[in-house]
Structures are given as C-alpha cells and as structure tokens.
Design a binder for this molecule. Structure first.
Ligand code: NAD
Length: 371
C-alpha cells in the first residue's frame, strides 16, 4: 500500500479511506484533503490504472480549485479501480456499492469525473442522498451535458489572449481528449473564432490543418466511435496530438501527459489546462522557459465545480454559467497579472491565491489551525 504521509503537509490530507468489496469487484479510495472551507467536494474517477497517490494529488487540486473559486467547499476525490466501459449492470452495482461504503463519510460530496457521469451520480444520490452533477430529472444542472468546464476553459482562454501575441479569431486549437471537457471547450472556442486543427481520444489523433467540424466530431464520439473513424483528416497515433502545429493546446484527458521527456514536442504558445495536473512540474518549467503561457488547471477548469456548487445551492443553469464566467474571468486575470508583475509562473501565482484563501479559512476553524 502506498504511504500517503510522504505527501502530507500542513494542508492535508485529512482522511484517506480504502474500500474493498470483493463480492461486487469493487476497489476504491477516497482522499479528503482539506475541509477548512467546508465539506470536501470532488469527482469520482473510474479507470483501471488509478492509484492512492493520484487520488490524493487530485484531492489537493480540488482544495485549491474550490478555494480559488471562492466556494464554501474543501477538496476531496475518489478513485474506483476498473474499466468504466464494463457492462452497465456491473458498473451500477459497483458504483452503488461504492456509495453505500461512503454513507457516513459526510465530509465528502461526490461529483462526476472521468469514467463517471450524471447517471452514476444519480445512483449515488439514490443510495446516500448526496451527490452533485445530477441529471435534470433529479433537479441537477448536468454539467457535462451543458459543458460547464469547457465553457470556463473558453473564458480563461479569452483572458489569456491579452498576454500572448495572437488573437482568438483564426487561432489554431488542438485538444487532447475529446470527452466531456475537451469537446465542449472546442465548441465554445470555435464559436469564438478559433479553428480546431487536431483532437485526440484514447484511440488516436485526428488532424486537419484546414479545420475540423466540432459538432461532427462530438456526434461521432457520442455514437461510441473514435475520432479516427471520421471520414476526413489525417489519422495519427494517440500521442501525435502533442506535436501538432497549433497556437492553443488544451489537455483534457489524463494527468502527467506532458513530462520532461516530451514537453519539447509541444508547439503551442498557450496551454489552457482542462485536465487536472496534465503537466509535471518539470514540464511546466521547461515550457515556461520557452515562453509558453500556461493557465493552470485549478484556475481554468473550475467551471464544473462552480456549476456543481450552484446546483447544490439550488441555483439554475443560467446562474451557473454567469458564476463560471464571473469567477474564471476574474481569477484568470488576477493570476496572470500577478505572474506578469512579479515574474513568477502562473501556477505559483495561482497557488498563492488559493492557499491564502484556505489558510484564512483554517484560521477560523478549531481543528484546522484556529484557536
Ligand atoms: P471523459 O471521460 O468524458 O473524456 C476523456 C477523454 O479523454 C475521452 O475522449 C478519452 O477517449 C480520452 N483519452 C483518454 N486517454 C487518452 C489519451 N491518453 N490521449 C488522448 N485522449 C485520451 O472525461 P472528462 O470529464 O472530459 O475529463 C477529462 C479530464 O478533465 C480529466 O483529467 C478530469 O479530471 C478533468 N476535469 C473534468 C471536469 C469535468 O467537468 N468533467 C472538470 C475538471 C477537470
């Protein structure tokens, strides 16, 4: 078992729960990082190759993201070991068993993430009465369906364009991972004038320098096929997305996809991070040294959690979009201004902003550093 105390600092992690229910083939881990701002809110990820370390790092990202967005929630994350495309009946049993296992973990509120969706959140809500990112029928604002995170990425990109030397109109966009986040980011940016020149999924990369039709690609994915099944465009290997000629690169797949060994392949001038922790610290340093501007994950991809928090508070879809736009526009501006005036990487500026808010909350809480 991995020893997560090696990652511990004064912020967290607060609790780690390992779940094992062999009767339904369930193995899962919940990491609650910090609850100073409120109960932890974060997604349930289902994938075969997740780990306790990944759960903790993602939970920390949620602590920072929720605090940076000014939400009354702490950071947590759950990982479920398994193939998210297993037979639906088995998946439902596993997700329901997962939910039943966290019934008393009331300082964790589950939401959707890779491999889980609104339907999975409905099962969890049915079991334990708490989950966000619910289907409309249950009073939810379906954040993946409406593209809450993709919308926030488009807003962050708009702000970031004041700090680079090209315009959004005609900017060449490449998106890694054409799922809930990637396809909506592509849609909102294409509506604002960007041209999608490449996109990838777990099967391969599709490239067309003259521009790809976002709606057609989204329909292809929704029908269960791969981008490589598209009738036109160059069909390339999965990792070819790293080196396509583009201005804006949006990672929207997995953590650590850009590391020291491949960072040199990227040609974009602007990276807006849709996935959580898509670049290792070494990769971010190497990219910054080359003058590539990075809008860090927990600032740029907070749209989903802002939407979830709006839903939890009983708000509407319109109020969720308004909150995403207001918060992400402001936070991206604060972070990029601070980075520019103090000559520090945007991630450092973002960390300062988020940690300041977490520590201010901790000072007000008895077991978190208050008196
Ligand atoms: P998703 O499962 O809907 O989509 C993921 C996509 O990535 C799929 O198209 C899959 O085929 C593709 N993919 C998987 N491995 C790949 C690889 N190696 N190369 C290229 N493509 C690959 O997931 P999602 O909800 O879109 O989330 C994507 C990322 O964004 C995750 O890191 C998630 O944690 C993060 N995120 C999601 C949200 C949200 O609102 N859904 C919010 C914040 C952050």
């Amino acid at each position: 078992m991995e020893d997560l105390f090696q990652f511990a600092d004064d912020l967290g992690p607060f609790k780690i729960l390992h779940i094992h229910r062999p009767a339904v083939g369930l193995r899962a881990i919940v990491a609650i990082d910090n609850t100073a701002c409120g109960p932890s809110l974060g997604g349930v990820r289902m994938a075969p190759d997740v780990s306790a370390e990944e759960a903790f790092r993602l939970a920390r990202a949620m602590t920072l993201k929720n605090a940076a967005a000014g939400l009354p929630y702490g950071g947590g994350k759950a990982v479920v070991f398994g193939d998210p495309k297993i037979e639906p009946r088995i998946k439902e049993r596993q997700i329901r068993a997962f939910a039943a296992s966290i019934v008393n973990l009331t300082d964790y509120i589950p939401g959707p993430d890779m491999g889980t969706d609104e339907r999975a959140m409905a099962w969890i809500k049915d079991e334990i009465g708490r989950a966000v990112g619910l289907p409309r029928e249950l009073g939810g604002i379906p954040l993946d369906e409406i593209g809450a995170t993709g919308f926030g990425l488009a807003i962050a990109t708009e702000v970031a364009l004041d700090y680079v030397d090209f315009d959004l109109k005609g900017a060449r966009l490449a998106v890694q991972g054409f799922g809930s986040v990637g396809k909506h980011a592509a849609r909102f940016l294409a509506e604002r004038g960007a041209v999608l020149v490449a996109a990838s999924d777990s099967v391969g990369t599709l490239q067309d320098a003259s521009g790809l039709d976002v709606a057609q690609l989204a329909a292809l994915k929704e029908s269960g096929r791969s981008l490589r099944d598209h009738r036109s465009g160059l069909k390339l290997p999965v990792d070819a997305i790293l080196q396509v000629d583009c201005d804006i690169w949006i990672p929207a797949a997995r953590p650590d996809v850009v590391e020291a060994g491949n960072a040199g392949l990227l040609r974009a001038k602007l990276i807006v991070q849709g996935a959580n922790i898509p670049c290792t610290p070494e990769a971010e340093a190497a990219l910054a040294a080359r003058g590539v501007l990075i809008v860090p994950d927990f600032i740029a991809n907070a749209g989903g959690v802002i939407c979830a928090a709006t839903e939890y508070a009983g708000g509407t879809q319109a109020s969720a979009f308004a909150a995403i736009e207001e918060k992400i526009r402001l936070n991206t501006r604060i972070v990029l201004e601070e980075a520019r005036s103090n000559r520090i990487p945007p991630r450092q500026a973002a960390l300062k902003l988020a940690e300041r808010r977490v520590r201010a909350a901790m000072a007000l809480r008895r077991w978190n550093g208050g008196t």
